[in-house]
Design a protein around this ligand. Structure first.
Ligand SMILES: [Zn+2]
Length: 290
């Protein structure tokens, strides 16, 4: 099967190295809002960095995003894909998913799970059923406390009105791309990247799944508590969030990851409540103006 591709020029946002990368034409043509988000893995453009490139309808890179997280895939050793061919749908770990789909895209998938939107995976030709295996991985992660809608779709399904209308995240695993996303550009998935990074240090699929499920249930419960708290207060300083989670829930949230709380409340629950979370410096400017 041949897929028509076009070459685009990407520049590593960290070290400025340039490289030509081939992108399937249909992915760009069918992307929502005319922007395809592609993961450029470490080694594809430069030897050290992994980043996301936003490609527009004219096959020009409109922008980049690089997570400030170094992904070290440790723990479970990756085996060559060919060895896994006969091992069934359950033989695909979080490490395999990160390697196949790309760390930044996997982080967006976790965000999709946390806000409760459907995560659809476009199936493209693959001998090793990695799309079905990804769906199976998410199914196994699901529990009573963590509802996950993960489904495999075909290219024909993309034309389906229902798929077009709903707020789904559409991922193309084998091309490391996001075709459609309901998230705004300022999405910060550093929290989810940290979780994935930790998960991949664990030795096997089951412990990785258990870890991710536990952590996602935990943060969801904490966010529910934040919502209750915000309902009874005028404002909450961003800077106070880590101390608050530590004291109230004995939960250590990196100060660089506090966006997850505000962004999830804003996306999934209540925009007005999310706006009560403000930074101290912004509040000072406001006060000074008054
Ligand atoms: Zn680089």
């Amino acid at each position: 099967m041949t897929v028509e591709v076009k070459s685009i020029k990407v520049i590593c946002p960290t070290c400025r190295k340039e490289k030509g990368i081939e992108i399937p034409v249909f992915l760009v043509n069918e992307a929502a809002d005319g922007v395809l988000k592609v993961q450029i893995p470490q080694g594809a453009c430069c030897p050290e960095h992994s980043f996301m490139a936003f490609v527009d309808k004219k096959f020009v890179v409109r922008g980049y995003q690089n997570a400030d997280i170094e992904f070290k895939l440790g723990g479970q050793k990756e085996r060559v894909v060919a060895d896994k061919k006969d091992e069934g749908l359950k033989d695909f770990s979080v490490t395999d998913m990160v390697n196949t789909i790309g760390p930044d895209i996997c982080a967006v998938i976790l965000r999709g799970v946390l806000v409760g939107i459907p995560v659809l995976f476009l199936d493209t030709f693959d001998l090793y059923e990695r799309v079905a295996k990804t769906v199976m991985l998410l199914r196994d992660m699901e529990s009573d406390d963590l509802v996950i809608t993960g489904e495999k779709i075909t290219r024909d399904d993309l034309k389906d009105k229902k798929v077009r209308r709903n707020n789904a995240l559409i991922v193309v695993p084998l091309y490391k791309a996001i075709m459609r996303s309901p998230f705004q550009e300022g999405l910060n998935t550093r929290f989810e990247s940290d979780l994935l990074n930790e998960a991949t240090q664990l030795p096997d699929r089951t412990s990785q799944i258990v870890f991710l499920r536990k952590e996602m249930v935990k943060i969801s419960k904490i966010i529910d508590e934040f919502i209750k708290f915000l309902k009874g207060t005028d404002k909450l300083y961003e800077e106070d969030i880590p101390a608050y989670t530590r004291e109230k829930f004995n939960y250590k949230l990196d100060h660089k990851n506090i966006d997850v709380i505000k962004q999830i409340i804003e996306f999934k629950h209540d925009k007005k409540l999310a706006q009560k979370i403000i930074s101290k410096s912004l509040d000072k400017i406001r006060t000074d103006l008054w």
